[in-house]
Design a protein around this ligand. Structure first.
Ligand SMILES: Cc1ncc(COP(=O)(O)O)c(C=O)c1O
Length: 425
């Protein structure tokens, strides 16, 4: 099943999937379009948006004894269990913030301020939410910040590049699951293993915002101390950043109301819809898994659903790069360039960085938009791209990020439009 070329969903299932999401084939004015910027905000599940609105319309405070409050409490418990299902996490603390960035700053602060060690390690590819949090607390606490280099061949960061920066004096390693520039997945399992061989007590944080919607996360195999994701990039809604902390990290001193339990992290009243949106995401992925296996076990169905998403996305990625007999793929399209291209697609999430030879990246994004395609320019002038692009010696790129809700035909259409851009000159 695990083919390097991936496996497409059947046409029938593809249609069922598209029907479950908003705006997959058209924009809010009902104009046909290809939305290929899911790394900036993913297609929304209709049911997640319905739950968001339904639950947020309830005025009741969940911290009461009334019937509706009890209903909300139960929903929060289910959502919390579902976050553990996504991560395969036991114990620890689930923590809901308004954004993934806010949660990351809080997690970094607790570890950096309370764990001994003269240095902190991260990678050059981190999103500013992790990189800047590490820089801020390293400066504030007088610790050395060590930054692992990227690998222009894989588009990621190699295990040994990280491991060689870790020693017995490292207080925290902060590393992302996958790059939101190249789509390269980092080998988190081996990073955790290698770095804990060097420093068995090492605290590790992982930014899974980019990777979570594309593949299985398994904290049993990658026992880290904190991990975050963003539902709005994972078929859900904006205004929510979800994290999980290990038992030992959760009890470190952190901002909290004094009367709450020592491992409690929510600051103020978390919105109950955050939990029900997560449950909708997990229900959906389990529904998808149920198309391929029979199981009464939620995590098993979830894993099957995520693996199928990954396989379909790999098939889309392969189609985009290699094309078909009728449509030229990006790799052989004259006038287009694939940056950080890598042969083994099993090491990639569905993100591609490209350039159109005679168009600068912003112009290319505009030309795509005129033809009904939404993509994103990663410019070296942007705080969200500069450091990562420079590490690859790139001045920018057009980022293409479809989702498993897209079909092979969507990719073909994108390739035809890309060919038009290449011929524009
Ligand atoms: C890899 C990665 N990490 C963290 C974040 C931060 O998410 P938010 O802006 O929701 O806090 C983003 C958002 O773009 C991201 O792509």
């Amino acid at each position: 099943m695990d083919s390097n070329e991936g496996i497409f969903f059947s046409d029938e299932l593809m249609q069922e999937i598209k029907d479950r999401f908003y705006y997959v084939d058209s924009d809010l004015d009902n104009r046909e379009r290809l939305y290929f910027d899911n790394a900036g905000g993913s297609f929304r599940l209709k049911k997640a948006v319905e739950q968001f609105s339904k639950i947020d319309s309830i005025p009741d405070n969940p911290e009461r004894i009334h019937q509706t409050a009890l209903f909300l409490q139960e929903m929060q418990e289910t959502g919390t269990a579902d976050i553990r299902t996504i991560l395969n996490a036991n114990g620890g603390t689930v923590f809901c913030a308004l954004t993934a960035s806010a949660a990351m700053f809080d997690m970094v602060r607790a570890i950096a301020e309370n764990i001994r060690g003269g240095n902190m390690v991260t990678t050059v590819l981190e999103h500013p939410s992790a990189y800047d949090a590490m820089t801020y607390y390293a400066n504030k606490l007088g610790k050395e910040l060590r930054v692992a280099k990227s690998d222009p061949v894989t588009g990621g960061v190699d295990v040994e590049e990280i491991a060689k920066l870790v020693d017995r004096d490292t207080c925290l390693l902060n590393v992302m699951y996958a790059s939101n520039i190249s789509g390269a997945k980092l080998d988190i399992e081996n990073i955790v293993k290698r770095c804990r061989e060097i420093n068995p007590d090492l605290y590790i944080l992982v930014d899974a915002v980019q990777h979570a919607p594309h593949g299985v996360i398994d904290l049993k195999k990658t026992p880290v101390d904190g991990i975050n994701l963003a539902p709005y990039k994972f078929f859900g809604c904006r205004g929510s950043g979800i994290s999980w902390l290990s038992d030992r990290a959760s009890i470190l001193p952190h901002h909290k109301l004094g009367g709450k339990k020592v491992g409690f992290w929510d600051l103020g009243s978390a919105a109950p819809w955050q939990f029900s949106v997560v449950t909708e995401i997990v229900d959906y992925v389990c529904w998808l898994g149920g198309k391929f296996m029979d199981s009464g076990e939620r995590r098993e169905l979830f894993v099957c659903g995520m693996n199928r998403i990954a396989l379909h996305e790999r098939a889309l990625l392969s189609r985009m790069l290699n094309g078909t007999a009728e449509v030229a793929g990006l790799r052989r399209l004259n006038g287009a360039k694939v940056f950080l291209d890598y042969a083994d697609l099993s090491k990639r999430d569905l993100i591609v960085a490209i350039g159109i030879d005679h168009l600068d990246h912003i112009q290319a994004v505009r030309e795509y938009e005129k033809r009904g395609v939404v993509v994103y320019e990663r410019a070296a002038s942007s705080i969200y791209s500069k450091r990562m692009l420079e590490s690859f010696n790139m001045d920018g790129a057009v980022r293409i990020s479809p989702l498993h809700c897209n079909s092979a035909q969507d990719i073909d259409k994108f390739l035809q439009i890309t060919a038009q851009l290449c011929e524009m000159n």
